[in-house]
Design a protein around this ligand. Structure first.
Ligand SMILES: [Zn+2]
Length: 184
């Protein structure tokens, strides 16, 4: 796999680890996501208000352009971020991830009902272009093509001088057992 494909595979693994911690066993694999949905804690409700508005704009543009997609990660707790870091899925730990501030989402493209795992697929470049147009920063700029973040006039050093001092943002709108939720 190419490095970007590994990153995309990592995002899927991260989503599975975070969203289905009790279900992801050999006996019970999570069902494939449905297009146009968010999964479990990946609700946009957990984002900051301005990020949620931007995310809705971004996803609406994806739909307008016929890009099927699934939101697989939004807010993460500090512990979740560190768990992904320890497993080598992300180089970023603690509050150095905009996910722990409710200011990032991971979105996988779908085609013919299947997740697009190849980060070099042109659909991710198109998604990055759309993100720039709506004023979000695409992770494609740093080899994380499924990641999109929004933090106008903020740097990660400002909000996170010390990754060990990560403080959980209070998640809102946590959802029931159903692993899939329409975001609209
Ligand atoms: Zn991300």
């Amino acid at each position: 796999m190419t490095p970007r494909a590994v990153l995309v595979a990592g995002a899927v693994t991260a989503a599975v680890l975070l969203l289905w911690p009790k279900r992801a066993t050999a006996q019970s694999k999570p069902p494939p996501p449905r297009p146009g949905t968010t999964a479990s804690r990946a609700t946009l409700d957990t984002l900051t208000d301005d990020t949620r508005a931007k995310a809705r704009e971004l996803l609406a543009r994806f739909r307008e352009e016929g890009i099927d997609h699934v939101v697989v990660s939004t807010l993460r707790t500090c512990a979740e971020q560190n768990r992904l870091h320890e497993r080598g899925i992300t180089p970023v730990r603690g509050c150095r991830s905009w996910h722990t501030h409710g200011r990032a989402i991971d979105v996988l493209a779908m085609r013919d009902g299947k997740l697009v795992h190849d980060g070099d697929d042109p659909v991710y470049e198109r998604m990055a272009d759309i993100a720039r147009q709506v004023g979000m920063k695409p992770g494609a700029d740093f080899r994380d093509p499924v990641h999109f973040e929004y933090h106008p006039n903020l740097t990660i050093q400002q909000v996170c001088p010390d990754p060990d001092a990560c403080v959980d943002v209070e998640p809102v709108g946590l959802l029931p057992d159903d692993p899939f939720l329409l975001y609209e």
